[in-house]
Write a protein that binds this ligand. Structure first.
Ligand code: IDP
Ligand code: MG
Length: 136
């Protein structure tokens, strides 16, 4: 039996800007992921840098932090069976060019930078990321 988990999802600036939040939320709920908390916010570059610090040594880090803080985002806690893996599957590959048919990134992603959505990649990171946005 799979366990009920929570994971963090972020609708990134490119998707919020194109009014895709409701469409993306529908994909989650159709796939049995319940949206238990949600807020639309804009974060500072410093907050983005903190959120993405696992990537601080990567060549794209600076650009990534600039991008996530460039406009409004919608952050959500998703809950369901095996939610972390289920969400990653629904999102699709990091680069929309490699994403499978039917995934959010295939449908809406514009590029590896503007790939429309973030999702936690492990139980540990889901916990940290939920805390980052929802428990202050
Ligand atoms: P993920 O979002 O699929 O979990 P990560 O490897 O955690 O992918 O990378 C975080 C974000 O950084 C990605 O969503 C993407 O926007 C960006 N990114 C990842 N790899 C590259 C790259 O090689 N070039 C440019 N941007 C990248
Ligand atoms: Mg990641």
């Amino acid at each position: 039996m799979n366990r009920i988990e929570q994971t963090l999802s972020i609708v990134k600036p490119d998707a919020v800007e194109r009014n895709l939040t409701e469409n993306i939320k529908r994909v989650f709920t159709e796939n049995k992921l319940k949206i238990v908390q949600e807020k639309k916010i804009q974060i500072s570059k410093e907050e983005a840098a903190e959120f993405y610090k696992v990537h601080q040594t990567k060549p794209f880090y600076e650009r990534l932090c600039n991008y996530l803080s460039s406009g409004p985002i919608t952050v959500m806690i998703l809950e369901g069976e095996d939610a972390i893996k289920a969400n990653r599957r629904i999102m699709g590959a990091t680069d929309p060019k490699n994403a499978e048919e039917g995934t959010i990134r295939k449908q809406y992603g514009l590029s590896i930078d503007k790939n429309s959505i973030h999702g936690s990649d492990s139980i540990e990171n889901a916990k940290k990321e939920i805390e980052f946005f929802f428990k202050n």
